[in-house]
Ligand binder design. Structure first.
Ligand code: HXC
Length: 510
């Protein structure tokens, strides 16, 4: 018996060495942790239960029979994050560059299947050169198995991808189908084809960083949802996000009892909106003052900054926040904000997370480039997402809510549950100047007359009361009581039930 225990220990030690000390040193020299070190940072101490530690690839071509590494380039298993069960895979770049073989894929699929069965999030740590070239079509089949599970798991359990090295080919398409992607600045890259192939095909000279670095994907392509300074910081942020998310779509929104309970008024909010309606202010100040412990986890902070999306808690209950940002493009809706907002709203709806929307939107961004690039279909993504969402929807209009953008931003007409306005709200079909210039076109040359008309329109229509008279606004509330009013609405709506007509699935404008 003792011999077999010794053999077991020996095999474990071998497996833990991955591709060997030299390659581990090279990994460290790049400022990267190893696959196992990453799991250690991510999970609560001593909670990792590893599977398939001794699994090996089955290829003999290209001299592969002599190159076998226990575990075959991926560490998989379950563990806890602040007590919450998660399933994790962590690709080992020291073994064939973390590339995916048939066996490697089987290991990932096994934990994905387990996660779906028990209802626990899946976290994928990606550090991989894509399909293992030596295995040919078997590795492509392996990727396809992973992709299929990504899709089946979508909306069932949260899936988070962490990009921690150069990821190419299939190693980017699996993350693309997960809910959130986080990258490490300077050491992680994502591309379908790398700079060398780009140069050959299009003659473009581009570095890995320019083509697919963290900055590119968080600010230009919007492929990634956040980027952090190093492996440890990135994994800590993933832990914070997991804390906020439900484990699966079977879980109802939970109230964490020991969370911050203070609902006292915040009078500083009464002066947040400037007297001059054309002056911007920072909508993040409102979000930070409304959430428990002023803690807000922002999603895609560097892309489409005219809309803010992210998670926070109110009285311990996780809420998804969507808000126009008057500091950027005056808070207008455009193509990018439609895509960003729409995807976020749909995530919340999948996982029973109530949505709080703060509105200050002058309208859709006009322009040839917006029209030619599809503002119609892209703006419709946000409209569609809000309209289909059945989770509790609470909306607060702080200032502007004009035209179609008023309707889009979780209005009463899109099954908004509680719709409040601050006294500074301006809810109308369009701004006073635009409206009077159309209605009184024949007086347009007489500045005095048109100014008078504009003032009359402002006095009569630019306020929260016209919409309130029709029941489109449930109450006009004082800004300082916003947190308390949202908390009460969330409590009242916690058992909300609402269904849509039965269908196979819907057809959101993509
Ligand atoms: C097998 C691979 C590999 C791969 C890297 N390696 N990628 N082995 N299959 N796909 C091995 C290298 O041979 C090397 O082995 C080790 O991993 C480290 O690689 P380096 O090139 O030395 O590292 P680095 O300079 O950091 O470059 C990393 C890289 C590069 C950018 C990922 O290796 C690369 O471009 N690889 C190929 C990427 C690729 O074309 N993938 C597409 C596969 S097709 P040693 O023994 O020296 O340590 C695909 C299609 C999927 O994925 C279909 C989905 C729809």
């Amino acid at each position: 018996m003792s011999d077999i225990i010794k053999l077991l220990e020996k095999k474990r030690e071998e497996a833990k060495l991955g591709g060997g000390k030299k390659r581990i040193d090279a990994q460290h020299a790049k400022g990267k942790l190893t696959a196992r070190e990453r799991i250690e940072v991510l999970l609560d101490q001593d909670t990792f239960e590893e599977y398939d530690m001794y699994m090996e690839h089955r290829t003999n071509d290209f001299g592969m029979a002599d190159q076998k590494y226990a575990g075959d380039g991926v560490v998989t298993g379950s563990g806890k994050i602040n007590g919450k069960l998660v399933y994790v895979f962590s690709q080992d770049f020291t073994v064939f560059g973390g590339s995916l073989s048939e066996a490697h894929a089987e290991k990932i699929c096994k934990i994905m299947d387990m996660a779906m069965k028990v209802g626990a999030p899946i976290i994928g740590i990606n550090d991989s050169g894509g399909a293992r070239i030596q295995e040919g079509v078997a590795s492509l089949a392996g990727y396809a198995e992973v992709f299929q599970r990504n899709v089946l798991a979508s909306g069932v359990v949260p899936q988070i991808s962490v990009i921690m090295g150069p990821c190419a080919g299939g190693a980017v398409y699996s993350p693309a189908m997960t809910d959130f992607i986080f990258m490490v600045k300077n050491t992680s890259f994502m591309f379908v084809t790398g700079p060398d192939v780009v140069k050959t095909v299009t003659q473009e000279n581009v570095t890995q960083e320019e083509l697919g670095g963290a900055k590119t994907h968080t600010s230009k392509s919007s492929v990634a949802d956040g980027a952090f300074n190093n492996d440890i910081e990135t994994l800590q942020e993933v832990k914070s996000l997991i804390d906020l998310l439900p484990s699966s779509n079977r879980e109802k929104s939970k109230n964490i009892k020991d969370s911050f309970q203070d609902l006292s008024p915040d009078y500083s909010l009464d002066t947040l909106v400037p007297e001059n309606a054309n002056k911007p202010y920072d909508m993040k100040e409102l979000i930070n003052k409304v959430v428990d412990n002023n803690y807000f986890f922002e999603i895609q902070p560097d892309f489409a900054k005219n809309i803010i999306t992210g998670f926070g808690r109110i009285e311990g209950r996780t809420v998804g926040f969507v808000a126009n940002q008057p500091l950027v493009l005056a808070g207008c809706l455009d193509i990018d904000s439609g895509k960003k907002g729409g995807r976020f709203v749909r995530f919340c709806d999948c996982f029973n997370i109530p949505i709080v929307t703060f509105v200050d939107v002058p309208g859709f961004l006009p322009g040839v480039s917006q029209e030619h690039n599809g503002i119609i279909k892209n703006g419709a993504k946000l409209l569609y997402a809000y309209a289909e969402a059945t989770v509790p929807k609470i909306t607060i209009i702080t200032r502007k809510a004009y035209g179609g953008a008023y309707v889009v931003m979780a209005s009463k007409h899109l099954r908004g549950d509680i719709n409040y306005a601050w006294p500074s709200a301006e809810i109308a079909v369009m701004g006073a100047k635009g409206a009077t210039e159309i209605l009184f076109r024949n007086e347009i040359k007489d500045k005095k007359k048109i100014d008078k008309r504009t003032q009359e329109y402002t006095d009569q229509f630019v306020n929260p009361f016209i919409a309130s008279k029709r029941g489109f606004i449930d109450d006009v509330i004082r800004p300082h009581s916003t947190r308390r009013r949202i908390a009460t609405a969330l409590e009242n709506l916690k058992d909300k039930e609402l269904s849509s007509p039965l269908k196979k699935h819907d057809n959101i404008p993509l």
